[in-house]
Design a protein around this ligand. Structure first.
Ligand code: RB5
Length: 143
């Protein structure tokens, strides 16, 4: 199950990504928002992250205007590894190396065509399971 959420700056791009998820027959839970009316992105970041940490969802997609605020919020959660991606190379690498469980996108930064390819890459790239990458991920969780 994929958790997806956005603020008003990401709403239009979220609609495009939902079409992609529907076309692929992928199960998702949409945590809002539901229009371009101004809202606070932490609300949606927190809802998506909580659904992943509870086990309800496996991966998340978060979209705000830049992808920055919503990814900073997500990365405050222990166990969440949110990667703000603007290209497919980073989307692939963050799955292979960081086992990222949340993809963040900027609705005012990437066009819909590229964003859908980034989502597709993120969802279809497995973690490498290389020990060096796992060691580094483990180190993220301690200060
Ligand atoms: C909203 O105007 C904007 O600040 C938000 O979508 C995001 O870009 C914040 O990082």
């Amino acid at each position: 199950m994929i958790a997806i959420g956005c603020d008003h700056g990401g709403y239009e791009l979220k609609q495009e990504i939902l079409k992609y998820l529907d076309d692929k027959g992928l199960a998702y839970k949409d945590f809002g928002c539901n229009s371009t009316e101004a809202v606070d992105y932490p609300v949606y970041a927190k809802a998506v992250c909580r659904s992943i940490l509870s086990g309800e969802c496996d991966k998340g997609i978060l979209i705000c205007g830049t992808g920055i605020g919503i990814s900073i919020t997500a990365n405050k959660f222990k166990g969440i590894r949110a990667a703000l991606c603007t290209d497919c190379f980073c989307a692939e690498a963050t799955r292979q190396h960081n086992d990222a469980n949340v993809l963040a996108l900027g609705g005012r930064v990437v066009g819909a065509g590229l964003a859908v390819k980034i989502v597709d890459t993120f969802l279809n790239t497995p973690f490498s399971h290389a020990q060096r990458h796992q060691n580094r991920i483990d180190q993220m969780e301690t200060e």
